[in-house]
Design a protein around this ligand. Sequence first.
Ligand code: NAD
Ligand code: TYD
Length: 370
Amino acid sequence: MRKLTNILVTGGAGFIGVNFIRFLFGQGTVAPEFKGRIVNLDAITYAGNIASLKEIDEKFGGTRYFFEKGDIGNRALVEAIFRKYDIDTAVHFAAESHVDRSILGPEAFIKTNVLGTFTLLDVARSAWKKSDGSFGSDVLFHHVSTDEVYGSLGETGYFTETTAYDPRSPYSASKAASDHLAMAYHHTYGLPVTLSNCSNNYGPYQFPEKLIPLMISNMLEGKPLPVYGDGKNVRDWLYVEDHNSAVWAIMEKGRAGETYNIGGENEWENIRLLNELIDVVAAKSNSDAPAAQAVAMRSTITYVKDRPGHDRRYAIDCSKIKAELGWKQAVSFRQGLERTVDWYLSNKEWVNGIRSGDCRRWIEENYGKR
Ligand code: NAD
Ligand code: TYD
């Protein structure tokens, strides 16, 4: 088991990063053994919200938790952080992460996902390389990626770790490039790298431009529920804490140079998922007549123009991580949706705060009119 003492978390103010840091500090529903320090490097783009870690900062700030605001592409800053905190592990979440944004403006995706990842890898290589050119067994660069690099499936089949890459959006192409760079650093320089490709995550603190939190927010505000195309695209949904326990298992025990697929084994057509979510939100709203409330919400479902190049189906075969590292999902879809809806119902301030900025303008300018 690796020691994982001084961990650099990039993108720790985003959806998965916030949940990962909370999980490591015992604020999730399960807690791993972790006694080390976390350095959170985040540029706080429209998707980052450092207030999500207020309790962690109050409890552990300056002793075991440190926040550094900055760009992963800023080499001098990244080098200084490696030196200042004696970083032995990097877990790299920071990215531009939304497919729709990548279609409208791909450049930021190339800068952060490709060039930013390159900078991190290259700094890790210089910082960790011993005088004989080798690397110790207690350093690790874990790169977090997506199943979208594998392209789109038909009605059958699953993505495995050996499925050929076939990215089809600027987002997935930029993530594919970053995956190749990470593995190239392992094969060429011997840098200890692990890689995970995960299916769609959902849960608390997700920015309300992605399907589930967008739909919950629109339901609570009585707004239309925009379904792209025929609503029959399929995604494999995973509760964020299950993703993070998998990432942690890989960091502790995963073999350097290996890729691990992480999935929910939980495929849903978008329209079916939306109907399930409507039932959960209606049941939790204060209405005396949840069934009538659900009917009212269903009437706001609006089919809109499809996303260009919309991948039809994603589905992950995660048998490798289950067999090799003993990981498995702990949260059923219904439980996960209920926890997520509860969280959005009790954190309207968080949603209003993050939506009142760039996101609201962006969503309205680009999608509000359709
Ligand atoms: P997110 O968009 O919610 O958060 C990204 C975070 O990265 C934000 O806090 C943002 O401020 C930060 N960031 C962006 N550019 C930066 C830069 N140049 N320098 C420093 N920080 C920067 O994303 P997320 O959903 O939490 O995804 C995290 C990672 O997981 C990404 O690499 C994504 O590709 C991957 N992933 C996400 C999902 C999913 O369903 N959300 C699924 C599989 C893989
Ligand atoms: P999204 O959450 O953007 O994740 P990804 O594109 O990375 O899978 O979208 C999930 C699915 O939901 C995808 O098939 C697109 C669809 N979708 C809608 O139908 N309406 C929406 O408003 C959004 C944001 C997504």
